[in-house]
Write a protein that binds this ligand. Structure first.
Ligand code: FAD
Length: 526
């Protein structure tokens, strides 16, 4: 534990509250029980509802003799487009193998060739290092095994229980507030609430991904970071639900073709279909614009129907449910919001700027993904950092520099986020469409200014049920995303501005978002 400076109140943690039951929350809860803490875990749907449950491609980890941690670090830094915190990446890659061995101990069954773990190749990885389970059902394989262990453990679990806010006293976090207004107190809270895909109308994320933890942390006065960086997955099925068509399909050899059957990515990037995600997503969006919005097609026919059904049973079923036989015909695909690089700023131990408050997984931003996430690094992040955070419990809040090169971040102050009671009420559909149009794959200053004005015209919903609590959270986070995208006048990783199309070395730094006047917690109205 040497080398862990901080500020604020340290203290012994007996009772730990974990919010969220994806890979990050489950890992943190199991580790904390093992370490002797009393653990209460809240999750707003059933335990298996999470982004984790839907992950397909797999987990990136160095577990073969021809691969090295240094190469995994290198690949991650390249994807991060100059913004990854190198030490956070090194932690991920070097501690990854132990975290995965622990997962296997806990019953996760990764696919094998004979007795050896099978390793797949994905875009922008220099080695075949992607472990998968059940073919393309990796997240489910992880989630259900860890849930079984949690149910057997001493942890107290509350399913279908929405946490609406944090209890903060004297600047330190000491519990959570539930929808009915009751408070549950503990010495520390770990937010593992996942991503924010529901900011957008087209997303691979399930309905739970409404940025709740990020919004709660902002209201509690925590610093958030890099909120302009959102990863759009290039290939979701262009059909209701936007079912994700994993990168691994392209890794196996499927190609993208336009309306004339031409492989258009050959004109975009030397790595063609395996170029970084943002490049492929924008390549597809540009091609769709050239063909009047018509989706492009993913041609996997060369792989054969039998192989596809065996290697990707879930995508196979989802395609067939929409009437596509992808062994015989190319399938229509479109980009969709997928992964949030930004989040609650933490150090490499999951510590936020608020004493007693910790964040891990997709809800957090410890700087490892930089401006863009390398495919299959996020399940690993949940496992590695979900383990580390337990070691940091009871320590003071993160140091002011978050233990990294957190120098002079681009400052984004949301100001007072309260609005007049007579302001317009929002609909989630309107908010999502606004975000897609102005803060989606391509942004520009004029659209962002219009979006900021529209978002400011909406009243923060009064919290009367889980949906209104989510809407209030989506609104504050949408404002923060637009403000951050406005402040970053360059293009980098997942953030692309048509009015500033190049990266600017002077802006190769994180952004930091705060709410200067944290409005009172939205008190439930019942
Ligand atoms: C379709 C899809 C495919 C993917 N494929 C891969 C892949 O192959 N490899 C990879 O590495 N990553 C993949 N990802 C990304 C990866 O799944 C996520 O980044 C990761 O699982 C996030 O884990 P988490 O524990 O941080 O959050 P989640 O798994 O999203 O869990 C968040 C939890 O918090 C709960 N919660 C949220 N708000 C509240 C609240 N207010 N009160 C109580 N509970 C709350 C939710 O109900 C949920 O249980 C994929 C994502 C998707 C959507």
């Amino acid at each position: 534990m040497a080398g862990m400076p901080g500020h604020g109140r340290p203290g012994k943690v007996q009772h730990l509250i974990v919010v969220g039951s994806g890979v990050a929350g489950l890992t943190a809860a199991l580790e904390a029980v093992d370490a002797g803490h009393d653990v209460t875990l809240f999750t707003k749907s059933d335990l298996a509802q999470s982004n984790t449950r839907y992950a397909q491609g797999g987990v990136a980890v160095v577990m073969t003799s021809d691969d090295t941690v240094a190469e995994h670090v290198h690949d991650t830094l390249i994807a991060g487009a100059g913004l990854s915190d190198e030490s956070a990446v090194e932690v991920l890659c070097s501690e990854g193998p132990a975290a995965i061995r622990e997962m296997i101990e806990r019953g996760v069954q990764f696919d094998r060739h004979g007795s050896e773990l099978a390793h797949g190749l994905e875009a922008a990885h220099s080695h075949a290092r992607i472990l998968h389970a059940g073919g393309d059902a990796t997240g489910a394989g992880i989630a259900y095994a860890l849930i079984d262990r949690l149910r057997e453990s001493k942890a107290t679990v509350h399913e279908r229980t929405t946490v609406v806010d944090l209890v903060v006293q004297d600047g330190a976090c000491g519990g959570v507030r539930l929808l009915d207004g009751s408070e549950v107190l503990g010495e520390a809270v770990v937010l593992a609430t996942g991503g924010a895909g529901q900011l957008f109308p087209y997303t691979t994320n399930p309905e739970i991904a409404t940025a709740d933890g990020l919004a709660m942390a902002l209201r509690a006065g925590a610093i958030a970071a890099d909120l302009e960086f959102y990863q759009f997955h290039p290939t979701s099925l262009a059909a209701p639900g936007n079912f994700l068509v994993s990168e691994a399909v392209r890794g196996e050899g499927a190609v993208l073709v336009d309306d004339d059957g031409h492989r258009f990515m050959t004109d975009v990037h030397p790595d063609v279909e395996l170029a970084p995600r943002d490049v492929v997503a924008r390549g597809i969006a540009a091609q769709m614009a050239r063909q009047k919005g018509k989706p492009v097609r993913l041609d996997a026919t060369a792989l054969g129907g039998e192989f596809l059904a065996k290697r990707f049973p879930n995508i196979d079923a989802a395609s067939r449910a929409q009437g596509f036989d992808w062994g015989e015909q190319p399938i229509p695909v479109t980009p969709a919001a997928h992964y949030y690089m930004g989040g609650i700023r933490t150090d490499e131990w999951g510590r936020t700027s608020v004493p007693g408050l910790y964040a891990v997984g997709e809800a957090a931003c410890n700087g490892l993904h930089g401006a863009n996430r390398l495919a299959s690094n996020s399940l690993l992040e949940g496992a590695v950092y979900g383990t580390r955070v337990v070691e940091a419990l009871g320590l003071p809040a993160a140091p002011d520099d978050f233990g990294t090169d957190w120098t002079e971040p681009l400052a984004v102050d949301l100001g007072d986020t309260a609005t007049d009671d007579d302001a317009e009420s929002l609909t989630r559909d309107d908010l999502q469409q606004l975000m897609w149009d102005a803060a989606g794959l391509s942004r520009n200053g004029d659209d962002l200014a219009r979006a900021a004005a529209r978002l400011a015209s909406w009243r923060t919903p009064a919290v009367s049920d889980a949906k209104s609590a989510e809407d209030a959270n989506l609104l504050i986070v949408a404002r923060a995303v637009v403000a951050s995208a406005t402040a970053r006048k360059e293009s980098r990783g997942g953030h692309h501005r048509t009015d500033f199309p190049d990266a600017d070395p002077a802006q190769a730094r994180h952004s930091a978002v705060t709410v200067s006047f944290a409005r009172p917690d939205p008190k439930p109205t019942r």
